[in-house]
Design a protein around this ligand. Structure first.
Ligand code: GDD
Length: 403
């Protein structure tokens, strides 16, 4: 893969937000002939990527998606990445979770690789979280519904298995080749990052729609366009310089180093992606008191945004779904202490005109505390293979995991 270095960087305290980088070649040929020093383009070799893939867990949150799409997504994930599926699919009257398990088992057997699947609503998982005092992920006596909650469970399992990086891909993607590119971008971004506390966010080249009888290659999704604008307003307010740096506010496809992932506070459901950026600025932007002064002093945090060559084609879940996503995305900005009164007022106006709220009042979404507060060995000791299902070669994981 060949991609360029960022052209400029927005700095807020100890946070570096890089401008969009572009993929020039999906496959960049032999390694010897190219020297990376002093160039504007970085060549990433296959061997470098393979090394990262061995340390990378790919988490797929899934809720009642078409199984054919899941099969396609699995086929696009590079062989050496560990797959972790966290499902919130229905169990009754049809057990869709069981169907997902069957597909995963068959897939791992045929291609000879490792994968894990777990159900978000497994009562044993909720019991473990309660006993380990990680209750912010619960709703009563069970894990709360929501994509964020699924992603966090995946990250905790990845940490238990000593993975150094986590990446996320949605289960409803129609193009396996795009999934493959996203994950190569995750690996390339990790290799290009200057800080061990890094996040790599995917920006799609296009998100095609069918308009009339032909394709229209839209650049921005309807929600990300708005969320980008408000995040940029917040950053501009604090730096005093107007910016358009954020282009990936709602990037469902993104990756994090485990070092950064375990420090963040997360926001529930679909607000997780914009709130990751908000929380990074809250914790490391030197605007509010931080829980992590050491990271601010030493390495800092880096956010990379990388544009694909593949278009993004996924399931269209309708207007009501988009409206909910808009409300959740803007709500997590609205309630942050880094937001100001005038931006809050504009958010309310925006949500009212989009008919996402009927009254002026917004309520805060639940937040989920950093998972570095969990004793991971105790988690590993408690979780059994009736809750977490391993397919493939379990042997290599057994040392982290005692039934
Ligand atoms: N485990 C779990 N639990 N997974 C869930 C849940 C849940 O409660 N709800 C949704 N998912 C899964 C879906 O099955 C899918 O694989 C993925 O999360 C994304 O959810 P969608 O409902 O398909 O979201 P979307 O496609 O409209 O939006 C996606 O793209 C946005 C950017 O355009 C999401 O990734 C958003 O988070 C993202 O902002």
């Amino acid at each position: 893969m060949k991609l360029d270095f960022p052209r400029y960087i927005e700095r807020i305290g100890a946070v570096n937000i890089n401008s969009i980088q572009k993929v020039y070649e999906l496959d960049s040929g032999k390694s010897e002939e190219y020297h990376n020093t002093y160039r504007t383009i970085r060549k990433i070799n296959d061997e470098e990527l393979l090394d990262i893939f061995n340390k990378l867990a790919i988490i797929i949150p899934i809720k009642d998606e078409k199984l054919k799409l899941l099969e396609g997504v699995l086929s696009g994930i590079p062989h050496d990445c560990l797959v972790i599926i966290v499902s919130n699919s229905q169990r009754y009257p049809i057990d869709r979770f069981k169907m997902e398990c069957d597909i995963l088992q068959q897939f791992t057997r045929f291609v000879d690789r490792d994968a894990i699947i777990i159900h978000q609503k497994d009562p044993v998982l909720a019991d473990i979280f309660r006993d380990l005092e990680y209750t912010s992920i619960l709703d009563g006596d069970i894990v709360r519904d929501g994509k964020a909650e699924g992603m966090i469970i995946g990250m905790i399992i990845a940490k238990m298995l000593n993975k150094e990086y986590v990446g996320f891909v949605d289960a409803d993607n129609y193009v396996p080749g795009a999934i493959n590119e996203y994950i190569k971008i995750f690996g390339s971004g990790i290799l290009m990052s200057q800080s061990p506390y890094s996040m790599i966010r995917i920006s799609w080249l296009y998100k095609p729609k069918i308009v009339g009888k032909s394709f229209y290659f839209a650049k921005w999704g309807r929600i990300s366009d708005v969320t980008n604008r408000y995040l940029n307003e917040v950053i501009s307010y604090h730096t005093g310089f107007e910016t358009e740096i954020i282009k990936t506010a709602n990037a469902g496809e993104h990756a994090l180093s485990m070092k950064l992932a375990e420090l963040l506070t997360y926001s529930s459901g679909y607000s997780i992606e914009p709130y990751e950026i908000v929380n990074i600025i809250e914790e490391f932007g030197c605007i509010l008191p931080s829980k992590y002064p050491d990271v601010i002093q030493k390495e800092g945090v880096e956010i990379l945004q990388i544009e694909t060559q593949n278009p993004h084609i996924h399931e269209d879940k309708g207007n009501e779904h988009l409206s909910r996503m808009l409300k959740e995305s803007l709500s997590c900005i609205y309630f942050s202490k880094i937001c100001n009164k005038s931006i809050r007022w504009k958010i309310i106006k925006e949500l009212r005109s989009a008919k996402a709220i009927t009254h002026d009042q917004l309520s805060p979404l639940p937040t989920i505390k950093p998972f570095n507060t969990i004793d991971i060995q105790k988690f590993a000791n408690r979780i059994g293979d009736s809750t977490i299902r391993f397919y493939g070669n379990m042997e290599r994981y057994i040392k982290y995991y005692t039934v």
